[in-house]
Design a protein around this ligand. Structure first.
Ligand SMILES: [Zn+2]
Ligand SMILES: [Zn+2]
Length: 346
């Protein structure tokens, strides 16, 4: 397969949170400066201020070492007068997305403190059209907490134009929803190249609260700026974690090499029954080398530390297709050429 570098130990990593609420949301009472300063005190270098339906686009809390990214959380709604398609509050089926302004393209199509109207759910086409609309406003789209939203795997599979989904949402995790790898593997095994990130979805702050800081996303950006961070998101140069840190992850000569903070075990996850687990009984692991098996559709790596906290690499597709170009066109040996066409060149 092609050599590639997923995490480069020669580059800086920036710790961030892609999902938080403040008193600008109806369900939090924490002033935004206090919320952001709690994240900074926990070593975070950027946060997406994703209040419910109230857009954030301000640099008033930015410092040399901290950036508050522009964005919002937007949720579909079903008014009582409308038929219920997928979203149905009585059955707890929802669709929430986080929007992040794409500073590599331009300014957001929403103003700071603008209150967004909620899109009405008319089923999958209405979800897709809203995603397309948000992208036209220079927004990257993240699908939030699919298991809490009671989304079907096919619902996530059907969506185009999303940048990533939340493989862990700390609020949902601590509420008992767990983590959402099953959605990921369902989509990846069908060839949907979706990326995973984490979001705390913090609503309450202070020493008695457990959500703030439960998870984080590490970004490898060439430049610590709004555009630099967003460029790294678009390049897929990030991974989600609750604790372990990946220092290096690369593929050279068909061997996966990884270096990371001490962990209890490493799981190479795939749907092709070629997955592998690495353990060091009585000790810890800090690196692995794994010869990649032939004909593997995809794999991704999970690290678990001694406190049971996970980190999730992005998926790798070992095949020759890069995922964005027109797929290779192959001759079919069973298709006879019509008479007289043998010498025609395409
Ligand atoms: Zn939500
Ligand atoms: Zn939220």
């Amino acid at each position: 397969m092609r050599d590639c570098v997923l995490v480069d130990k020669s580059k800086s990593q920036y710790k961030g949170n892609f999902h938080m609420h403040t008193a600008r949301s109806w369900d939090s009472d924490c002033p935004y400066r206090q919320a952001l300063s709690e994240y900074q005190s926990k070593g975070y270098q950027f946060c997406l201020v994703s209040d419910h339906e109230v857009y954030w686009d301000s640099d008033e809390c930015d410092t040399e070492n901290f950036i508050a990214l522009s964005g919002v959380e937007s949720a579909f709604i079903v008014p009582e007068t409308e038929p219920k398609w997928i979203c149905d509050k009585s059955r707890f089926t929802h669709m929430h997305v986080n929007l992040i302004n794409d500073w590599t393209v331009g300014k957001p199509g929403f103003a700071h403190n603008q209150v967004l109207k909620r899109p009405v759910c008319y089923g999958l086409d209405s979800w897709q059209n809203y995603i397309d609309y948000c992208r036209s406003k220079n927004q990257l789209v993240i699908v939030n907490h699919p298991s809490w939203s009671r989304m079907a795997y096919e619902d996530l599979l059907s969506l185009r134009g999303i940048t990533a989904f939340e493989v862990i949402n700390s609020g949902c995790y601590t509420d008992g929803c767990g983590t959402d790898e099953r959605y990921w593997d369902y989509c990846l095994s069908k060839g949907r190249r979706i990326l995973g990130l984490s979001g705390d979805d913090t609503h309450h702050y202070g020493p008695k609260q457990i959500v703030c800081g439960t998870a984080f996303t590490m970004l490898q950006a060439d430049e610590f700026s709004r555009a630099g961070l967003v460029a790294a998101i678009k390049a897929g140069s990030f991974y989600a974690s609750m604790g372990p840190v990946i220092h290096d992850m690369r593929i050279q000569n068909d061997v996966l090499h990884m270096e990371f903070s001490p962990v209890k075990n490493v799981m190479i996850v795939s749907r092709d029954f070629t997955a592998k687990g690495f353990f060091n009984p009585g000790g810890t692991l800090e690196s692995i080398d794994w010869p990649i098996k032939d004909r593997l559709k995809y794999f991704r790596v999970e690290l678990v530390d001694q406190q049971g906290r996970k980190a999730w690499s992005q998926p790798v597709f070992p095949g020759p297709w890069d995922g964005s170009s027109i797929p290779a066109l192959a001759e079919d040996p069973h298709t006879p050429l019509p008479p007289g066409t043998e010498n025609l060149q395409p």
